[in-house]
Design a protein. Structure first.
Length: 154
């Protein structure tokens, strides 16, 4: 069995009773699939970081559970078809309790920092080349203009 972390946000206008029913429903989905809920944390109504479906707040629920991949897939399927779920995220957590995706993202940040430095150096080199090309074009245009003026005078 694998460890999973699930965060979902319910519609803020649900009554307290409806909210509890949804929380129980999603917990039952996990247990019916052979999973075990290790921690359930009801955060309550909180302000969203940005508007989602024209809503500014939602009811947050965090669930840590152990189960097979089928349990996580079934839970996501139920989230998708439940209109009262504003947003959800189910991620697999490794055995040490850290997020697998976070360690991958940390590696990506290190690589992107190195790439950023290389890109800055490349950008500087390209900018220098552009200045040289502009100067050469201006010199040629001025030379052609002087030749044309001399030809008109003759």
């Amino acid at each position: 069995m694998r460890n999973y972390e699930c965060m979902y946000i319910l519609h803020p206008e649900l009554s307290e009773e409806e909210t509890k029913q949804y929380v129980e429903k999603f917990a039952n989905v996990i247990t019916e699939q052979g999973g075990v809920i290790t921690k359930m944390d009801l955060w309550g109504k909180r302000r969203l970081a940005y508007e989602v479906k024209k809503l500014k707040e939602g009811y947050y629920v965090l669930v840590l559970f152990q189960g097979e991949p089928a349990a996580a897939q079934e839970l996501e399927r139920i989230f998708k078809i439940t209109e009262s779920v504003i947003r959800y995220l189910v991620i697999r957590v490794d055995d040490t309790g850290t997020d697998i995706n976070a360690s991958v993202n940390a590696d990506a940040v290190d690589v992107s920092a190195e790439t950023s430095v290389e890109a800055d150096a490349t950008t500087d080199a390209v900018a220098d080349t552009e200045v040289e090309v502009e100067v050469e074009i201006e010199v040629e245009v001025e030379a052609n203009t002087e030749d044309a003026d001399t030809a008109v005078e003759k």
